[in-house]
Design a protein around this ligand. Structure first.
Ligand code: GLN
Ligand code: ZN
Length: 757
């Protein structure tokens, strides 16, 4: 009998119950006991669903109050020493201080979990770090599940992945050197779980999908040989990428089984199947844990049958990775039309898919006839639907010409024309787009959505906001103005709602970090733009001022990156379709008299594949898509782009290749260090390094910003420098915003005097 399991389940709940409970706890409205009940209910619900779907195990260890890496730190007892907490007696309140900071200590750093949109808390380690054990939450959860009568598999980050993803403030610190201390800690945890009756432990080692340095790779064999001493059987889980480079190492590894992600790298199976050892199971992840499309059960069953003929009982069936990255339950999407629903599967539906595949393998196809039929209907209806294919989009793609992704002339010529046209001062000042999203703005948008505010009323309300933003900017004395984005709830959703090819869910939430969830649009079909999306608002804003009004768009790569994307054609092609739609908008803005247009690409770097050797392929099409969106305008029209919160230095040639006339980037938090790369690389176009961090309510002084501007001028020639905040201001309030921008403008005037030639 083959075993069926999933690598993990979302912890947020069908209606984001965890988010709301956490936030009430943080506001002091509920206590620890009440919060604990919510957590337990959510865990039991998830186990119940797994059990009901016919899985052989319920997975425990995937629940976390804030983040699973933070839970691992709390379990191991390795907390940052700057918080003087007793690891063994850590309270929930203290746990949240690690995640969110407290009056004296900033939070642990947060960063992206591989190439997903999930963020984990980076463990802070040093040569003194000890792993003497911490909270007992995991053991309590196991006891709870065992008490209900479930067979339990525990999932934890593997020791190598845990160390790799951690950081130390001492430069050159050898993280791997801590393994000697970490391993006994894992041994103790595994032993304790075995004592509780846990038979299998899933240790996640997704770092095997990266290109690891040799000493890290070499560490796998001895580390797992050591762990094999403890009683539970270890399933080493890999995901997100192919690990076929390591097939030989994994074959010999002292573990009881290995999990492979066949959704993202199906071809890797060939490297493992032929001579897989008799004493190891091979778990095949055939149900996609990162996208929302219904599984092609027929096709997956064929893959499994082939594997089964070699592996027999040693075959396990699973999700490709944890289901953390997809929403919880499609069954509550009552507003999604039936056809679209038939195409999709969320976490609960994916559990059923895994369960059905197991039954199909065991009992034959007839036994799962109904499920096979439904899957086939979903897959085929999606493939053949007239809603997916738009002949006009296909035709347009064939008419693209070579020069369409290039501006008419090189940057120096464009720069000369733009200078003559806009007559901006040295060190021009601008903002990144959004202004404070006040309660009134949200209320107006919500009213319009619900139908309590009619279109005319909504337009009046938004125009009033635009007028307010323009007046404030004029009073402040900014050089290039923005309309403030009051009409946008989200920079991707706003465009998705107006483009053909997108659908939206009501509860399709996915955890981004802690209590924060995002609801990515569903990009299901050919993308086109039925009509202009931003022109009316922008034109209105421009009518209020004689200063240049910057049009504001989200770029094709970011729209792609922050959506659930169709998987029936290459992402590159989908991105190109979005690029054409944005290009039309850019051209329409230009025709409406808008001379400066910003195309935001904050997610540009996020699309990079995990293996560096695959980077160029992505960068080629991503750069091309951006340029396609930006190149339909005349030389005298100035194209800006904006990127934030990422490391740019290793992709500078490609950022330069975007050939935006101006790029604004986040730099203030790194004290302008991020800018050094642009200087060394001799970035050729104009650049606006952010001079203040928009995430904090703090109002930085004139001197502070002046210092950053001066620092920037040391690396970038002053005639190519702009002055602006790090990112959009929608999370701030007006008093902070006005105070800070006012200081920024004083700093700009000072800088013009001191740096101007
Ligand atoms: N124009 C957007 C804004 O100002 C940019 C947001 C972002 O970079 N994430 O809100
Ligand atoms: Zn930004």
């Amino acid at each position: 009998m083959s075993v069926a399991h999933v690598l993990g389940f979302p912890r947020i709940g069908r209606k984001r119950e965890l988010k709301f409970a956490l936030e009430s706890f943080w506001r002091g409205e509920i206590d620890e006991a009440e919060l604990s009940v919510v957590g337990q209910t959510l865990r039991r619900e998830a186990w119940g669903w797994q059990n009901h779907a016919g899985l052989d195990f319920v997975t425990v260890g995937d629940f976390a109050w804030y983040d699973h890496m933070l839970n691992a730190s709390a379990l191991l007892g390795c907390l940052p020493t700057r918080f003087v907490f007793d690891a063994q007696a850590l309270s929930l309140k203290q746990y949240f201080e690690l995640a969110r900071g407290n009056a004296v200590q900033p939070a642990q750093e947060m960063t992206k979990w591989f190439d997903t949109n999930y963020h984990y808390l980076v463990p802070e380690l040093s040569a003194e770090t000890r792993f003497d054990g911490g909270v007992d939450w995991l053991f309590d959860e196991v006891a709870d599940a065992r008490g209900i009568g479930y067979r339990v598999k525990v999932a934890l980050p593997g020791p190598l992945t845990f160390l790799w993803l951690s950081k130390s403030k001492n430069a050159g610190f050898d993280k791997l050197g801590l393994m000697a201390r970490l391993l006994p800690a894992y041994g103790r945890i595994l032993q304790k779980l075995a004592d509780q009756g846990v038979e299998w432990i899933q240790l996640d080692e997704p770092i095997l999908g990266l290109e690891l340095p040799p000493q890290w790779l070499a560490a796998f064999a001895p580390v797992y040989r050591e762990l094999a001493q403890s009683r539970p059987k270890i399933l080493l889980a890999t995901y997100f990428e192919s690990v076929s480079d390591h097939a030989a190492m994994l074959r010999d590894l002292a573990v009881a089984g290995v999990h492979l992600d066949l959704t993202h790298a199906s071809e890797q199976l060939a490297a493992f199947l032929p001579d897989w050892p008799q004493d190891k199971i091979l778990s095949l992840g055939v149900v996609d844990g990162r996208n929302i499309w219904v599984a092609d059960l027929e096709a997956q069953l064929s893959v499994l049958e082939k594997a089964h003929s070699v592996l027999g009982e040693r075959l396990w069936i699973g999700s490709s990775c944890s289901l953390l990255h997809v929403p919880v339950d499609l069954a509550q999407e009552h507003e999604l039309d039936i056809e679209l629903q038939r195409w999709m599967a969320f976490s609960r539906q994916k559990l059923a898919e895994v369960g059905v595949l197991k039954r199909g393998l065991e009992l034959g196809r007839e036994a799962i006839g109904a499920a096979l039929l439904a899957s086939q209907r979903g897959v085929e209806s999606r493939r053949n639907s007239s809603r997916i294919h738009n002949p006009a989009v296909a035709l347009r793609l064939t008419t693209l010409r070579d020069g369409d992704a290039e501006r008419d002339h090189d940057f120096p010529q464009r720069q000369a024309q733009q200078r003559a046209r806009f007559q901006l001062p040295l060190l021009p000042t601008t903002t990144i787009g959004s202004f404070p999203q006040t309660q009134e703005i949200r209320a107006a948008r919500a009213g319009f959505r619900r139908g309590t505010l009619d279109e005319a009323g909504y337009r009046v309300a938004m125009q009033a906001e635009i007028r307010l933003a323009v007046e404030k900017q004029e009073q402040l004395g900014l050089d290039v103005l923005v309309h403030g984005e009051a009409e946008r709830n989200d920079m991707v959703e706003y465009f998705g709602e107006q483009l053909a090819g997108f659908a939206f869910t009501q509860y399709g939430w996915v955890q981004s970090y802690g209590s924060r969830c995002v609801k990515p649009p569903v990009l299901f079909g050919d993308v086109s733009r039925p009509q202009a999306m931003t022109v009316a608002w922008t034109r209105y804003a421009q009518s209020l001022t004689s200063k240049p009004m910057k049009g504001m768009l989200t770029g094709p790569v970011t729209i792609l990156q922050w959506s659930f994307v169709r998987d029936d054609q290459p992402r590159a092609l989908t991105c190109k379709q979005i690029a054409l739609a944005i290009r039309d908008e850019v051209v329409d803005l230009e025709a409406a008299g808008i001379g400066i247009i910003q195309i935001d690409e904050p997610a540009f770097r996020e699309g990079l594949p995990l293996k560096r050797r695959d980077w160029n392929k992505y960068l080629d099409w991503a750069v091309e898509a951006f340029k396609l969106s930006a190149s339909g305008v005349r030389d005298e029209t100035q194209i800006h782009t904006h990127m934030c919160y990422s490391e740019f230095n290793d992709i500078l040639p490609q950022i330069a290749a975007l050939d935006a006339d101006v790029i604004t980037i986040e730099t203030s938090r790194s004290n302008m260090e991020l800018l050094d790369g642009f200087g060394r690389f001799a970035y050729p176009n104009e650049i606006g390094p952010g001079v203040y961090d928009i995430h904090s309510p703090r109002v930085p002084s004139v001197a502070e910003m002046l210092r950053l501007i001066t620092k920037a001028a040391e690396v970038i020639p002053v005639e190519r420098l702009w002055i602006n905040p790090d990112c959009g201001l929608k999370t701030r309030n007006w008093p902070e915003t006005e105070a800070t921008l006012s200081n920024m403008l004083v700093a700009a005037r000072e800088a013009r005097k001191t740096l101007g030639c």
